[in-house]
Design a protein around this ligand. Structure first.
Ligand code: ADP
Ligand code: MG
Length: 315
């Protein structure tokens, strides 16, 4: 199979919302009147982000999901994507499953694949996602104000617990295994939440590298600090997980793809209504302070000492 057959067979689909999709030197796109284009790239590298023998369908899903998550954090509507692939070879079965996983999620969110690049090399998948957001209304990391509540969606630490389980570092109890592995392999990007928060939140970020690391970006960009109540953070409910491991996964575990956002206390009932409408738990875990730095308090009020903050490829 030639490179062009491969692109034609597995990655060429109609793109009615593009002026021109796959097949020329560039795609042609038009953003609707009054909208801004939100653009983000996320790459998945074999051996770093996934095991070399990962299920290709799940890999296709996750490659797009992590990108959708970035648009969710901006409050943008996903519209188009490009996909750059380095492949060690052209395994047709593998490619078919990869594209099925990718397009299943793309169809769910109305995302059109409009281009990409395909080359031989160590397995690597890179998506650039593009979305639309009304002019001036994107959610940014830089908008947090002293006094804001800090919120997170869903449950934190599941993906990291799933990974620790697969690495044989401990055995996940039966009652938590499925949901932790699903969180790791098939993250659900919080796109609807990001859109609902546009006129509610002052700042937002998606949690890809761990709560403390990602909240840290909001704090830095907004020039503020935070007080977090550890007991308030929604963690997986199960017995038999070592306390230190659970704490590490909840505070510093990567790959959750939940949103962390801040909003004024006046917005609490609106946020509760969003949670009910989306059937997605939204939990208040602390507040933004004018003094910089992030303090995590245990249930007895004492300050918890935290060594590592999150995943860093170069630390
Ligand atoms: P060029 O040599 O001009 O860069 P390519 O031969 O790499 O073009 O690609 C041909 C067409 O196929 C282009 O429209 C490109 O965007 C698209 N394409 C290549 N690889 C992929 C892919 N993995 N997924 C989607 N579209 C792709
Ligand atoms: Mg060209």
């Amino acid at each position: 199979m030639s490179e062009f057959d491969l692109i034609q067979r597995y990655f060429t689909r109609p793109a009615p919302n593009a002026i021109l999709g796959v097949g020329d030197d560039a795609a042609l796109l038009r953003v609707a009147e009054g909208m801004e284009l939100a653009v983000s790239t996320d790459m998945l590298v074999s051996g770093t982000h996934f095991f070399p023998d990962a299920d290709p369908f799940l890999l296709g899903h996750k490659t797009l999901a992590v990108n959708l998550s970035d648009l969710a954090a901006m409050g943008a509507v996903p519209r188009w994507a490009t996909l750059a692939l380095a492949l060690p070879g052209a395994d047709e079965n593998w490619l078919r499953r990869l594209s099925e996983g990718f397009f299943a999620l793309a169809d769910e969110y109305g995302v059109e694949l409009v281009g990409g690049d395909t080359t031989r090399g160590p397995l690597n998948l890179s998506v650039t996602i593009m979305g639309e957001v009304p002019r001036g209304r994107a959610l940014r990391r830089s908008g947090a104000n002293a006094g804001d509540d800090i919120w997170v969606s869903g449950t934190l630490g599941k993906a990291a617990l799933g990974l620790a389980h697969l690495q044989g570092r401990f055995a996940l109890p039966e009652n938590a295994r499925l949901s932790c592995l699903a969180a790791l392999h098939q993250p659900r990007p919080r796109v609807a939440l990001g859109l609902a928060l546009r006129d509610i939140a002052n700042s937002a970020i998606d949690i890809s590298d761990g709560l403390l690391a990602d909240l840290g970006h909001i704090l830095e960009c907004s020039q503020v600090g935070a007080e977090i109540a550890f007991a308030a953070i929604p963690a997986v409910e199960t017995h038999g997980i070592d306390d230190a491991l659970l704490r590490h996964c909840v505070l510093s575990g990567g790959d959750d793809y939940e949103l962390c956002f801040t909003a004024s206390a006046a917005k609490r009932s609106e946020i509760d209504a969003v949670a009910a409408k989306l059937q997605l738990p939204l939990t208040r875990i602390g507040s933004i302070s004018a003094a910089q730095g992030c303090t995590v308090r245990a249930a007895d009020g004492s300050v918890m000492k935290i060594k590592e903050s999150g995943y860093d490829h170069f630390a």
